[in-house]
Design a binder for this molecule. Structure first.
Ligand code: NDP
Length: 254
């Protein structure tokens, strides 16, 4: 079973949305490589949960802000894939890892902007590029964007600009990788209760209620609203879905 399974790599799979994606990908039958930045203990809990589902998972450390480390990270993946799954390539990639920054247009510093570029734009671009030699033809990539590319919330200016860039990147990737049968799609979550942004959507009741009031389904999102959509896109059920942006927000600002 393990050797026939596909391999999915999820960046930032230790918590929040990435954790749910890793679990849903395992439920789809995939083995999972998840990355963490600082919370190895959380990553290990995800591995245990995946093993309970009868799949195999490993965790590797990655700082997506450090693009100079991507070459050695890809080498690490290569070695780990061989050692743990007896394969030489991965099948799916979910570019998910990231943090936000809260500053409006006037307040945003060059340092904050550069950090957002590195994490949300440079990483999906160059990490994906460097993974291509160890990517199976016929696989798939999901880039995590945000509802904030379709509507604006003051304070997310620099962050949303990067997510807009990720959406454009996804279309170019889909076109370029089509000849290898690799599909590239975008999942754009609405506001979800995770640690993101200091956990504001989850912990600030006023904000939570406000977002719920803007949403057709009358609540904010939960991590398990997202992972199943990503897992669908990383499966043959979505074999004809390519270059698409799927917003998963319960219908905010309709
Ligand atoms: P969380 O804060 O809950 O989790 C962040 C994850 O990313 C963790 O696994 C963390 O690792 C990892 N991470 C953070 N910084 C880095 C870094 N520099 N290098 C590598 N990994 C890093 O966030 P969410 O799960 O909510 O967010 C996941 C994605 O979804 C992000 O791209 C975010 O922009 C996007 N998104 C989130 C929304 C929301 O409302 N939550 C809405 C729309 C989009 P560790 O655990 O080790 O710290």
């Amino acid at each position: 079973m393990t050797t026939n399974s596909k391999i999915a790599l999820v960046t930032g799979g230790s918590r929040g949305l990435g954790k749910d994606m890793a679990l849903k990908l395992a439920q789809k039958g995939h083995n999972v490589i998840l990355t963490y930045h600082s919370k190895l203990d959380e990553a290990q809990k995800v591995i245990t949960e995946i093993e309970k589902l009868g799949r195999k998972a490993i965790a590797l450390q990655l700082d997506v802000a450090d693009s100079a480390s991507f070459d050695s990270f890809v080498q690490e993946i290569k070695v780990a894939v061989q050692a743990n799954f007896q394969k030489d390539k991965i099948d799916y990639l979910v570019n998910n890892a990231g943090v936000g920054v809260h500053a409006n247009f006037e307040e945003t510093t060059l340092e904050q902007f550069d950090n957002m570029v590195n994490i949300h734009l440079k990483a999906p671009f160059f990490l994906t590029q460097k993974l291509l030699p160890i990517f199976n033809n016929g696989g798939g990539i999901v880039n995590i964007a945000s509802g904030l590319t379709r509507f604006s919330f003051t304070g997310y200016d620099a962050y949303a600009v990067m997510k807009g860039g990720v959406e454009t990147l996804s279309k170019y990737q889909a076109k370029f990788l089509g000849e290898r049968g690799i599909r590239v799609n975008i999942v754009a979550p609405g506001a979800i209760e995770t640690d993101f942004g200091g956990g504001a959507v989850r912990d600030n009741k006023e904000l939570n209620d406000y977002i719920a009031s803007l949403t057709a389904l009358g609540r904010v999102g939960m991590p398990d609203d997202i992972g199943s959509v990503v897992a669908f896109l990383c499966s043959d059920e979505a074999k004809w879905v390519n270059g698409q942006r799927i917003e998963v927000s319960g219908g905010i600002f309709l």
